[in-house]
Design a protein around this ligand. Structure first.
Ligand code: NAD
Ligand code: ZN
Length: 356
């Protein structure tokens, strides 16, 4: 078992990472001073797979558990579903001290976190991430949100969990590729030795070797926690977590989300590496290293057949754009990035054309 601490004063919390962690949930909650009722929010399929283990662990420490089910899909991250959950929480006699556990991927985590942040002006929230993406990224840092119309993740809050429980065993039933893109991202932005570890172990990781997966989640969680501890509300350093996401978000939206988040970020990481290379910052050898690891992880590196004018338009209208300047996170070498508002649009277009 490994532990990562997110340091945010009196809102600090731990991320517990390891095999068999679901069995420890009751004890971990008790250690934080919780007792009485607890609520689990999850998808029906995840309830069948892992809900029983989690419920049993809580019941063994005398918690009275209610389980609320949410169908699968990004469309459930909505005010409508949040509204239904508020009613079900009331029916389950949830009080201001009742912890709400999100058992699922990023959809369950973001939705449940939003509900926990707002119900009774905030009830204790616990993340139990089950996808690799959720374990390495979305469960840490307190960004919670729902979508509304075309506004993705724009109705939300910063609301930190009290605890994150990342059980490596649950990763055996889920696709890992999207999460691997984010793990590679941490290597490029801040952790060269982790990048090398990924290069040496990518085949073991894809074969779901438990020790290797534990290392991937631990090293990723540690980097995310360090960044969040320094910049909780995304005013400075946290921007480096957007490496690959400037182009990635545009690819996702122009493809009408036909291309998954991790795939889009992979394409975006390669595009940003090439831009940095053309600006004389990143060496040819480092571009090749980044590209090769992404390919070996099973992720795409080429831009799909999307209209370049639409991609440029989407980037200029991203929520991260300041005064019309597209912001890029550019690697200088593996393990170090700079943030640049000074990338020439024609250079971006040129890299897109080459990538096709
Ligand atoms: N809050 C943040 O900081 C943050 C960061 C990145 C992404 N996100 C959000 O995360 C969401 C994507 O998360 P995701 O990729 O985890 O997708 P997801 O939550 O939709 O999960 C993907 C699918 O995998 C299934 N699944 C999850 N764990 C499983 C397991 N262990 N076994 C079997 N099936 C399992 C789910 O039921 C679902 O069908 C998006 O809504 C995105 O906006 C949030
Ligand atoms: Zn991402």
């Amino acid at each position: 078992m490994k532990k990562v601490r997110v340091r945010l004063g009196n809102r600090s919390y731990s991320v517990h990472i390891g095999q068999g962690m679901l069995d420890e949930a009751g004890l971990l909650l008790q250690d934080l001073g919780f007792s009485g009722r607890a609520v689990i929010v999850t998808h029906p399929n995840l309830r069948k797979l892992y809900g029983g283990i989690l419920e049993e662990s809580l019941a063994s420490r005398s918690f009275k558990v209610s389980v609320l089910e949410v169908p699968e899909g990004e469309e459930q991250k909505s005010l409508e579903t949040a509204g239904r959950l508020y009613e079900e929480l009331t029916d389950a006699f949830t009080e201001r001290t009742t912890p709400i556990l999100a058992l699922g991927g990023g959809v369950i985590g973001d939705l449940t976190g939003f509900v926990a942040a707002t119900y009774l002006r905030g009830v204790p929230f616990v993340q139990v991430p089950t996808s690799l993406l959720a374990q390495v990224d979305s469960s840490i840092g307190g960004k919670v949100a729902v979508n509304h119309g075309t506004m993705k993740n724009k109705i939300g809050a910063f609301y930190q969990p009290r605890l994150v429980i990342a059980d490596i065993d649950v990763l055996k039933t889920v696709d890992l590729t999207d999460g691997l893109a984010e793990a590679i991202k941490y290597g490029v932005i801040l952790d060269a030795s982790f990048f090398s570890y990924l290069e040496r172990n990518i085949d073991r990781i894809k074969a779901r070797d438990a020790r290797a997966l534990e290392t991937v989640v631990y090293r990723s969680a540690k980097t995310k926690a360090d960044v969040v501890s320094q910049d909780e509300t995304d005013l400075g350093l946290r921007a480096i977590l957007n490496y690959g996401h400037t182009v990635g978000h545009a690819v996702e939206s122009v493809s009408d989300f036909g291309i998954s988040h991790g795939q889009a970020v992979a394409i975006g990481m390669v595009a940003a590496a090439k831009i940095s290379n053309r600006m004389g910052m990143l060496s040819d050898a480092d571009v090749a290293r980044i590209k090769e690891l992404i390919v070996r992880a099973g992720l795409p590196v080429e831009l799909p057949l999307l209209e370049i004018t639409r991609l440029m338009h989407a980037m200029k209208h991203d929520k991260k754009v300041l005064q019309g300047r597209i912001r890029f996170v550019l690697p200088r070498t593996v393990g170090e990035v700079v943030i640049s508002d000074g990338v020439n649009n024609s250079l971006v277009e040129q890299v897109f054309l080459e990538g096709k």
